[in-house]
Design a protein around this ligand. Structure first.
Ligand code: TMP
Length: 253
């Protein structure tokens, strides 16, 4: 079989050249990292779960008219996506104080925020993805004022959609991170949701018990990450039927 051309490898995913121009294949690894890859592990089954969950969220967003890079899932670990020009920012939306916001501003985790807060982080691992303001984004040419307005609007639509979907299965969307890319259609350009949407990039707490079902389980050593993600997938009805076989291969004599 011909070897595919690897376009990019990140901490949790690999991108390969797609079958047609303007497409890529996104492969979800089982690798988990935290604190800028200071903490690492391989979590069997995570890649398959995130592939399914990102498909579920992106398909739902496409369905309500929020454009995303997702075209279709190819197999357990891979999906076909549109190639985009990535904006070098992480866009975080927060509904409830947690994580770095709680630490930076001394607000107790779990405090409901008066309104959703949108933040931008400059994507640069060597700098530890620093928080930046709109002034930095424009001054350094990472995006235009129009892009910023479009990114905030996109992020808030994603927030409304994800909050509602998660609320429907008894889970509170505390915060999440998305990445956004630019696509060209003739002379026109528009911004679309790219990368992934999964429990790797959200905080998800059980509404009744407060139990965490996201990557904080790994960051803070709270238990089994695979079990947490499986619970999210189970509640959303997107669990692949043979996930147990994926997580625990058995030898056939
Ligand atoms: P934070 O509280 O650590 O800034 O994280 C905010 C949200 O962004 C949280 O849902 C986790 C997500 N996130 C990522 O997806 N990637 C990252 O590298 C970081 C730091 C956070």
């Amino acid at each position: 079989m011909a070897r595919r051309t690897k376009v990019y490898e990140g901490k949790a995913k690999v991108l390969y050249e797609g079958p047609e121009p303007g497409t890529l294949v996104q492969y979800f690894k089982d690798d988990a990292t935290a604190f800028n890859a200071e903490k690492k592990a391989v979590i069997e089954g995570k890649g398959a779960l995130n592939n399914r969950l990102s498909e579920f969220f992106m398909t739902g967003l496409n369905g309500i008219g929020v454009p995303t890079h997702f075209i279709r899932r190819l197999n357990m670990r891979e999906q076909l996506i549109r190639a985009v020009e990535m904006i070098p920012l992480e866009v975080v939306v927060r509904n409830v104080a947690a994580g770095s916001l709680s630490k930076r501003l001394g607000i107790e985790e779990g405090t409901a925020l008066p309104r959703p807060i949108v933040e931008f982080y400059f994507k640069d691992d060597s700098l530890g993805d620093p928080l930046v303001t709109e002034e930095h984004v424009i001054a350094f040419g990472w995006a235009s004022q129009q892009d910023l307005d479009d990114m905030v609007a996109l992020a808030l639509r994603v927030n409304d959609f994800l909050s509602g979907v998660m609320m429907g299965v008894g889970i509170r969307l505390i915060d999440f991170k998305i990445e956004i890319g630019r696509v060209w259609e003739g002379d026109f350009q528009r911004l679309i949701v790219a990368d992934e949407i999964s429990p790797d990039s959200c905080r998800l707490w059980d509404i009744k018990t407060g139990q965490k079902f996201d990557k904080d389980v790994f960051r803070r050593d709270l238990g089994s990450l695979a079990d947490a993600y499986t619970e999210v997938a189970r509640r959303l009805g997107v669990l692949p039927r043979n996930i147990a076989a994926v997580a625990k291969p058995t030898l056939i004599n």
